[in-house]
Design a protein around this ligand. Sequence first.
Ligand SMILES: Cc1ncc(COP(=O)(O)O)c(C=O)c1O
Length: 427
Amino acid sequence: MVVAAPAVRNPTPPFSTDEDGYMTCENVRIRDIQNDMDTSPMYIYSKEQLVNNYKAYEEALKGLPSIIGYAIKANNNLRIVEILKDLGSGAVLVSGNELRVAVKAGMDMTKTVFNGNGKTYQELLYAVKCGCLINIDSEFDLEHIVDAAKEVKKTANVLIRINPNVDPEVHPYVSTGLAGSKFGIRNSHLKWFLERIKEEDVLSLVGVHCHLGSTIKKVDIFKDAAEIMLGFINDIRSEGFDTLKYLNIGGGLGIDYERIGEHIPRPIDLINTIRPQLTEAGLTIIVEPGRSMVGNIAVFVSEVIGVKTSGSKNFIVTDGSMAELIRPSLYDAYQFICLTQPGGSIETFDIVGPVCESADFLGKNRTMPTPVEGSGLAVMDAGAYCYVMASNYNMKPRPAEILVDGDEWRIIRRAETFDDMMSLYDR
Ligand SMILES: Cc1ncc(COP(=O)(O)O)c(C=O)c1O
């Protein structure tokens, strides 16, 4: 039998393969973590990569007044959010509970933005009390914010979410900035919004916001959007709104899921394309990275239950599934998969979980070493929109999350148990 080392294709430094063919995260062998844990599958995060990703944004924004508002929707693990807060990050939030996470992590509320097309009145009361920035998404949303601010007796600092109608050239499920999107105001109605804001002392218009979509691989798209948004800013300023100081360009930078060496723009490429316009307009920029902040900091690690063939197709069946990582099933998304330890002859497989759905797959047509039962399997780039979308489908408990820091690792969120799931029933 051929023994092939698992190759981490285009490794990002914290995830690599050691000389014996075992996958590592920082200075820890992933197989060692798997051997010590009594639950599988699990998510394993690299603190070093998280810090590096934050610093890349910080570096890119040097010289510009700015706020980095991490999009908590990408990964809401409290310990991850705390690390980002300690580095100086703010946040963008899309629910009242995400706002509670930001508060719990100790985030500076003047660096947080509460966003969403369906914010409830209770959520708005809480947001006004907290003093975070709030996006106006529609006529009804504006009225709810006014009512909440009057009830709390506090001024709400608001941004208007505008659709620049720029095509982000991504999967339709992650495209948000086109005219037909459910997010943002009707642009032709901007004047009505401005008049209405002028009427209300409890509102202070401090900025405009847009978010084009996610997994964007061309920075020109951000440049086009920024230019359109600056046009709106000029219109708003000419109506006498001299409190306007923020241009929030949202998140959306893609990451190298394919790991084939494609050029993916970095934060510095994004910021440099819009730097001259921002400087000229004297604006503070808000960026809201989610995927590009946490996507490549984690691997989803499962164990092989068995290998089988249908005659025409080979399958690796693992204990990880669409219940813990749904992106491949939901968006047909590609994430690179490799073994965490040496394997056998090179074959082509579909990698599937035990969930009772044909849509339950982690990868299709992957050419890789044949694993033995119990081998570790890693789905790369699993830090964003993976754990947060995990469900209990087929009664699968949500997995543990582990943070590696140099030579050390610890469980930052334990796996759910059967008893946890039972504890919600009335008796
Ligand atoms: C308003 C807003 N900001 C930021 C983000 C983060 O986007 P990404 O993870 O692509 O950076 C999202 C996600 O869709 C969003 O809806």
